[in-house]
Design a protein around this ligand. Sequence first.
Ligand SMILES: CN1c2c(nc(N)[nH]c2=O)NC[C@@H]1CNc1ccc(C(=O)N[C@@H](CCC(=O)N[C@@H](CCC(=O)N[C@@H](CCC(=O)O)C(=O)O)C(=O)O)C(=O)O)cc1
Ligand SMILES: N[C@@H](CCS)C(=O)O
Ligand SMILES: [Zn+2]
Length: 759
Amino acid sequence: MTTTIVGYPRLGEHRELKFATQKYFKHTITADELQAKVKDLRAQHWATIKAAGIDQIPSNDFSFFDQTLDAATLLNIVPQRYKDLGLAPLDEYFALARGYQGEAGDVKALAMKKWFNTNYHYLVPEFDQDTDIRLVGDKIFDEFVEAKAAGITTRPVIVGPYTLLRLGRFLDGKTAADFTPALITAYTEIANRLSELGADWFQIDEPALVYDQSAADLGLFTELYAGILAGKGDLKILLQTYFGDVRDSLDTLVQLNFDGIGLDFIEGRTNLEVLDTVQFPKDKVLYAGIINGKNIWKAHYAKALSTLTGIRQRTDAPIVISTSCSLQHVPYTLRNETKLPAAEKQYLAFAEEKLTELHELDQIDQTNLDNPLYTANVALFSTPRYEENKALNAKIAALTPADYTRLPARKERLAIQDKKFGLPILPTTTIGSFPQSPAVRKNRAKLRKGEITRAEYDAFNEAETRRWIKFQEEIGLDVLVHGEFERNDMVEYFGEHLDGFRFTQNGWVQSYGTRGVKPPIIWGDVSRRDAITVAASVYAQSQTDHIMKGMLTGPVTILNWSFPREDITRELSTKQIALALQDEVLDLEKHGIKIIQIDEAALREKLPLRKSDWFSKYLDWAVPAFRLVASKVQPETQIHTHMCYSEFGDIIKAIDDLDADVISFEASRGELTLLDDLQASHFETHVGPGVYDIHSPRVPSVDEIKDVIHKILAKVPANHVWINPDCGLKTREEPETKASLINLTEATRQVRQELADEN
Ligand SMILES: CN1c2c(nc(N)[nH]c2=O)NC[C@@H]1CNc1ccc(C(=O)N[C@@H](CCC(=O)N[C@@H](CCC(=O)N[C@@H](CCC(=O)O)C(=O)O)C(=O)O)C(=O)O)cc1
Ligand SMILES: N[C@@H](CCS)C(=O)O
Ligand SMILES: [Zn+2]
């Protein structure tokens, strides 16, 4: 068999891309120096993949920021306001990604959203009346030529036109149909140029096919590809899908003139059954995603081979074995993990080790099951990896509906809290974190290296908390936060303080642009060892007369932003985490913390991609898990939650059902469509739709913020509204954070005055 992968990580084994790009942002290296650095990175990646014995190697899976933005800029899908800045192409690209505020003008970034069900974010392409789709870029060609010069004929990869349209934002009354002819021309031209340059295969990614498809959707898909395939010449086209099954489109795919079709047999396990419904022709290559591109667990070779057998029983088509999706969602390599014991490492596989797994599976497939590679793998999985916490699981089995129900009802609680807190109308707050400045990170790095004591570490963080409390008081914020300076990350930090987790030293995965996360690994049953956040919250509360919000990450988010176990259900694992957090909530309450925020930033992200699965496979356990954490607090304690995602539409009732008292949402970078959802659903939870975008260094003006507040007040009763930024401020620098918050409190003061004048 032939082996390949859908795509490789690009941040760099030691996050070289992040550091070089940030230097470029700070003007300490030039564009040429940045380009030289990333050229080295690409060469290293191709060499690694080749050395692991992978036969077909992708290119153009590298990106400075995001592959969707790469496709948009290649095709001139760049709104006029960015072109008007008159910047060099690389700077225009970064302006689209991060916004721009400088001599050339002042423009917000494109909207940024979660890439399907992952913690990776893409930039939303904008289609408007000025959009003139044409092939204007060279990146995909340059990278193909670059690899060829290094002796590798790669398979260039691009996000496909259908996915671009499904993910895009349409303005000025435009629709997808307005752009179909130009997209066909542009993709055909890309194919023709790649062919001229010597490419054999061209991979077009269409993950949007794993959503539910209507007849109109499939009509659009067919129109696009009938056009592109008619003009592609000899170049072979691989239509790649991932993150699920193609139950409604495989029939369409096999009828079109694709040379290869890439299917995910991990998250799209049901693709096997889908193959029963369609005759997969033997003149097309089936790219079978049988190695999990999202988890970090070593593959069960027996299971992978049985999937392969299942595929062979259903088609005589030639098979290329591959990953279920791009490896951009997993860390680089176990080679750099020196702290995990060998006994545990043997169960893990990161990107580089997954390359080896593909190669080994191919070798096993060519020999027989006596192959030592196979027998060693079977032996590994024949004994349990850890010992179950039976008492904990019995406690979970004995939970009753009362454990998931907070009393009294929300309206009554809110009235009690209102009286007790005496907050002004439109109370202001922030989401939790303040800038993780170089000094804050350095303090933590010093502790890690043993250069300072724990007491010195804590003293620094406490001083930082005092400094930011003073600022919050000075500018008149109502409910304060301690700043989260003690946290490396909102999930990893909790993992570190709970039993049952494992951590990597270098397991970085790109979240967006230069930002990475190091997801902890849920290794076994989870329980709370000790108080986690109590000391920091109690200290902060002792420094102010304002209410200090306690700050926790919720159970669903901890699970979703960790690498979860696969030997128990996500539901059980999440309930274990929820019980641990329930102890923490009650501990905070006991120590005088009056408002506790339980962040569920990732709740929306893992919503199944197909609507039919939303409740049965997810919300029916995810919502109760949150309720379990908060169910036992007193009516006077106010529970907040936070979600950084703007599209809730059909699940807005489920969000209300979390039974939090207050929720803050991301809103400003989307189109404030959230407000319509809130209004239409008669949302009961009090709500703080973010009034400015924190992902960009841009400082919003007072008028801009007032404008957003007015829009909120047009849809939500004023006495339900909180005023806050979109999300935490950890990624921002201090001057822009302060300037933005000063404008936020000033805008709120002015709107409060307007409300008072009206009455
Ligand atoms: C809110 N978001 C989060 C998501 N997922 C999470 N797991 N966490 C989140 O907060 N998803 C959605 C959104 C947006 N996503 C992100 C993701 C990542 C960041 C971010 O700021 N990442 C930082 C890394 C944070 C971290 O873990 N820091 C560690 C290690 C820091 C480090 O690199 N140290 C250096 C030494 C530094 C020195 O000496 O000065 C080293 O170890 O070599 C820490 O602070 O200890 C990033 O930089 O990418 C934000 C939003
Ligand atoms: N409390 C966290 C939430 C991020 S989603 C923060 O403020 O960073
Ligand atoms: Zn957030």
